[in-house]
Design a protein around this ligand. Structure first.
Ligand SMILES: [Fe+2]
Ligand SMILES: [Fe+2]
Ligand SMILES: [Fe+2]
Length: 424
């Protein structure tokens, strides 16, 4: 386990840090909800530690839909009144983009009052009740500032929350006294230890990260496509350059995460239908600094560098650090070319896709000027059609998922509309 490139604990830490960069309140809320949820499930004694770790992540990410919907009216408002938009997006992200798609209903129904549960057919309703209790515990007792020991739960028993959930909560508290560890902050170490002791498959690790990345990108269709295409191009170019299997993995993680820092860039800049002003460009350039900040100290340094150096140029004119050729590894050079290829080939809000000859020309001219690696460009230009063909297949899949999620959102929202505005 110690030798794997990316561990379950790394995944947990990336999720945590990314959410923290987005909004410290959402991150803390997710973390506390996840911890209460975890203790309740642990008290039931029927889950493996891998399952428990997955549920902790699910708990941490239960409000991930807010990445898409925003929360201008305040998190508390989204958690008590306008509850459906983020529940539905969270559900769709979990269902279509994560490795725990079968459990996505837990997210969809986390704001459905218990008295309406009988209308729903899902094998996860009991676990949903636990998440609802954990969520409300944090919203009402901490965020809304009512203190942790009021009789909210007794009063709302079998109305918003189930008595079964209250029972399990109490028995978990009796066994583990976890509320004390929550208050003292000791819980953080405990959760980290849990992740340190479990092993996630490559599919699980990639699935959770892809969900995180696409949930962030989902604000903007062109960003979703850009991340996917950069990753695909980087892997294609890596193969053509005959890098090792380990290096391909580094390229995969680095290119998947390269624009994760865009989480802080406003949509008005990400989707500007024109070239950016100097001021906006400055903001945009910060995304690589944020990418570095999110990944540094967690991910393997080679992955961090592939991700955070994709705008550096061999002649020292790139950003953020103006590194030069000698300082940039082969993998970093590949990722930089993949990023440019994606930008040139892809449609952007300010430009159409360039025809193949034009793309090749620009790449070649950048290489001739000593900005990007000519070996990598040679591979890209020489195998252009095959690279693009492979990419187009994946692009169609990604687009279909994107459109599917958007359409399903509308139809599910229509179903939940009758509950909108009711205080739960
Ligand atoms: Fe929520
Ligand atoms: Fe919540
Ligand atoms: Fe970038």
């Amino acid at each position: 386990m110690g030798t794997e490139l990316v561990s379950a604990k790394d995944i947990y830490n990336i999720v945590r840090r990314t959410m923290g960069v987005m909004d410290a309140k959402i991150q803390l809320h997710g973390e506390i909800t996840g911890y209460i949820f975890y203790n309740m499930l642990k008290a039931e004694g029927q889950y493996t530690s891998v399952e428990l770790a997955e549920y902790v992540l699910l708990g941490m990410l239960h409000d991930v839909g807010m990445f898409k919907t925003g929360y201008k009216e305040g998190i508390s408002q989204c958690e008590t009144i306008n509850v459906w938009a983020h529940s539905i997006y969270g559900y769709l992200f979990m269902k279509y983009l994560s490795p725990v798609g079968d459990k996505a209903e837990i997210i969809l129904y986390h704001h459905l009052p218990y008295k309406l549960h009988a209308q729903i057919k899902s094998k996860y309703m009991k676990i949903t009740q636990y998440l609802t209790l954990a969520d409300k515990m944090d919203v009402f007792m901490r965020m809304e500032g009512h203190g942790m020991d009021q009789d909210y739960f007794q009063r709302n028993c079998d109305i918003t929350i189930s008595s079964k959930a209250v029972e399990v909560f109490q028995s978990a508290q009796n066994s583990y006294n976890f509320m004390d560890r929550l208050k003292s902050g000791e819980y953080q170490k405990e959760v980290e230890n849990l992740f340190g002791a479990v092993h996630f498959s490559e599919k699980q690790k990639q699935g959770f990260l892809e969900m995180l990345v696409y949930a962030i990108d989902f604000r903007s269709q062109q960003t979703v496509i850009h991340t996917m295409s950069t990753k695909t191009f980087a892997l294609e170019l890596g193969r053509l350059m005959h890098v090792s299997a380990m290096d391909l993995q580094i390229l995969y993680y680095g290119s998947l995460l390269h624009d994760i820092g865009k989480i802080v860039i406003p949509l008005s800049i990400l989707e500007a239908p024109r070239r950016l002003t100097d001021e906006e460009m400055k903001v945009m350039k910060a995304h690589v600094v944020i990418t570095d900040k999110i990944l540094r100290g967690i991910m393997d340094q080679r992955i961090v560098n592939v991700a955070a150096r994709h705008h550096e140029k061999l002649d020292g004119t790139g950003y953020p650090n103006g590194l030069e050729g000698g300082e940039l590894t082969e993998l970093e050079r590949i990722a930089a070319v993949a990023d440019i290829l994606s930008a040139l080939y892809g449609k952007r809000s300010y430009k159409d896709s360039f025809p193949p000859e034009r793309v090749k020309e620009i790449l070649q001219s950048d290489a001739d000027q000593g900005k990007i690696c000519s070996e990598v460009v040679k591979a890209a230009v020489g195998h252009y059609d095959e690279i693009i063909q492979n990419y187009e297949r994946q692009r169609n899949e990604t687009m279909e998922r994107y459109i599917d999620i958007t359409n399903q959102y509308d139809s599910i929202y229509a179903r939940f509309k009758e509950y909108e505005g009711v205080m739960f």
